[in-house]
Design a protein. Structure first.
Lengths: 296, 314
């Protein structure tokens, strides 16, 4: 029959997290297994990319032209690519650029977006109006196109990619932070803080920010997954991480002419991109649900 | 809400102005010299006569100051004169119109299919939250979101074009050429629509009026289709319009992989070859589409949601 197990709480916006309350019994039972599994996958991938020098015995850029397109063997656990480079080493090292770039881009976008969003929520007026309309349009604008234009027209580099990802990433944070800030600002303890003569900066940093950080953290996981897919997409299109630096997205593009002969060349980086994005997204969704009182 | 819309109508021109200035400044931000690009496109790698450069600069109006150039640029666009591509020398508006047609066909087909598949699945999952079907749908949706197009596309080409030989791997010469691009675009919107349908239905099921309807003893189909679904579809409808905007410009990867001559492919080529008139006009077109669609989304929301219509201000 129809679900009646959830309480009839209906709030207009996701409230900022107050004290985290224990999850209801059903969710609590479900949490550990799936969550641990997903978190474990992510941890293994991150550790494997960080520990690449110890896990792979070959240099990811060392070409052995006599050993091109080899199937897995004891010498090359995953085989070699079209230039005779060890696939295992490339797959492991290839995660570093993508993961680091995504993490930095999400941090930068979060910092800028939250600052603008919280300020818009507090100041209001024309600043609020113009920034939010800009956000409205930029959010609808396909972010890959913007990133493509920026990354391609500047010389492809780590900095250009970071800039492109930050410019396309801050809008979601701005919108979310503004909504959450407005929500927190309406609460009595803000009134008390203002009455006590707290400065504007302190009010935002010490009173508002801690109270909106939960949902922002959850969003950051979702954005990390999204950013990772964009980074790999840009590298796939040839405007991201440049060869010979190993990168998952670029490896997919390189593997394409040889995929019929050696599908593993395609499948290995594809699987890693997919698993990482999936794990991060699942964690993000779980956290979103955790911080959203409607879904408790 | 009506005041909201009014305010939006006032501030949208501001956004348009801001984005158009950024697009106008692209050549200056990136250091591509349009005169050199044009001459290179015409004469290839031969040595360039400085006098010819100067003459072309004044012909193009590039010897004026920035504000003058911007006004010239905007008035040209307003009159429908978008210029000519540096590379193919065809009129830009013609190139874009053809590309938009192709992409629109791809986008509409994908979204229609996604919606037709997502609605029944979302409804099924929402009726028994926590069941194995619901769990399967939820996890499947996560996978659909996490699997990128540039992973799916090569796999599909490998399977359907190279191994099975059923479908063409790339090109745009008939209906069969649309199958693989659509299949590649499909999973993400399908996953989002299914999730949205499920979440919205679960939300509605808990509303007071639904409890009343249940208490009246209405039969389940009537309860579901006449009472719950009508309200639950509001967020789904707005999501569909957002995806419309996203796919019209955002199917770059699919169009590049499958050699589809759509808008995304045109923009990609313009970026790679530094074809400024085409790139600027294409970006402006996307901004226009984004503004129109985000405004339409709000209007649609207003139209579908009686509560929003009744309250004078939000």
């Amino acid at each position: 029959m129809l679900s009646t197990e959830q309480p009839l709480t209906r709030t207009p916006l996701p409230l900022a997290a107050t004290v985290p309350q224990p999850l209801p019994a059903r969710s609590r039972r479900r949490l550990p297994l799936g969550f641990l599994l997903v978190g474990g996958i992510l941890l293994v991938i991150v550790i494997a990319t960080l520990g690449a020098p110890w896990l792979a015995h070959h240099d990811p850029n060392q070409q052995v032209l006599t050993a091109r397109l080899q199937t897995p063997s004891s010498l090359y656990p995953l085989g070699t690519d079209h230039l005779g480079r060890d696939l295992l080493a490339r797959v492991l090292y290839g995660g570093r650029s993508s993961l680091l770039l995504s993490a930095l881009a999400v941090l930068l976008a979060a910092g800028i977006g939250v600052a603008i969003g919280a300020l818009a929520g507090r100041v209001g007026g024309l600043f609020d109006e113009v920034t939010m309309r800009l956000v409205d349009v930029l959010i609808v604008f396909p972010s890959l196109v913007v990133a493509l234009v920026i990354a391609a027209l500047l010389e492809p580099s780590f900095g250009a990619l970071l800039l492109a990802l930050t410019i396309t990433g801050w809008t979601i944070y701005a919108r979310l932070a503004r909504a959450l800030t407005l929500d927190v600002l309406a609460r009595p303890f803000i009134e008390a803080a203002v009455a006590a003569g707290v400065s504007e900066g302190r009010l935002l940093l010490r009173h508002v920010l801690p109270n909106i950080s939960g949902p922002l953290l959850a969003t950051s996981f979702l954005r990390f997954g999204h950013t990772l897919l964009t980074v790999a997409g840009l590298s796939y299109l040839g405007v991201g991480v440049q060869p010979p630096t190993p990168d998952w997205g670029a490896m997919l593009a390189e593997a394409q002419p040889y995929m019929q002969r050696l599908p593993l060349l395609l499948i290995a980086p594809a699987l890693l991109i997919f698993l990482t994005a999936l794990a991060v997204t699942l964690i993000g969704q779980r956290l979103t649900a955790y911080f959203d009182p409607r879904q408790r | 809400m009506q005041r909201d819309l009014l305010r939006r109508l006032v501030s949208l021109p501001l956004v348009l102005l801001l984005t158009s200035v950024v697009i106008f400044l692209l050549p200056y931000l990136t250091g591509i010299d349009p005169t050199l690009s044009i001459i290179r496109a015409r004469i290839g790698e031969r040595t360039i006569d400085p006098a010819a450069v100067a003459q072309l600069r004044s012909e193009l109006g590039l010897d004026r100051n920035l504000a003058g150039q911007y006004i010239l640029w905007v008035s040209d666009i307003v009159q429908g004169n978008l210029g000519f591509s540096f590379v193919s020398r065809a009129p830009v508006d013609e190139i874009l119109r053809r590309g938009l047609g192709v992409t629109a066909r791809l986008t509409v087909t994908t979204l229609t299919l996604a919606l037709l598949l997502a609605l029944p699945l979302g409804i099924l999952a929402a009726q028994r939250p926590g069941s194995w079907l619901d769990t399967l749908v939820t996890v499947g949706c996560q996978a659909g979101v996490a699997i990128p197009q540039y992973v799916l596309a090569p796999l599909f080409i490998l399977l359907f074009a190279l191994w099975l030989g059923w479908l063409p791997s790339a090109g745009w010469r008939g209906p069969t050429f649309m199958v693989l691009p659509v299949l590649t675009l499909l999973p993400a919107p399908f996953a989002y629509f299914t999730q949205a349908t499920r979440a919205a239905l679960l939300d509605v099921f808990n509303a007071d009026y639904m409890r009343t309807a249940r208490a009246k003893g209405l039969r389940r189909p009537i309860l579901l289709y006449r009472h719950a679904l009508r309200n639950a579809l509001i967020p789904v409808a707005t999501l569909v319009t957002l995806w419309l905007a996203g796919l019209l410009g955002g199917s770059v990867i699919v169009e590049v992989i499958f050699a589809v001559p759509g808008l995304g492919r045109i923009l990609y080529d313009a970026v790679i070859s530094g074809d400024l008139p085409l790139l600027q006009a294409g970006l402006l077109l996307l901004v226009g589409l984004a503004i129109v669609i985000s405004t339409l989304t709000d209007l649609l929301y207003l139209l579908l949601n009686p509560a929003m219509r009744l309250s004078q201000s939000r």
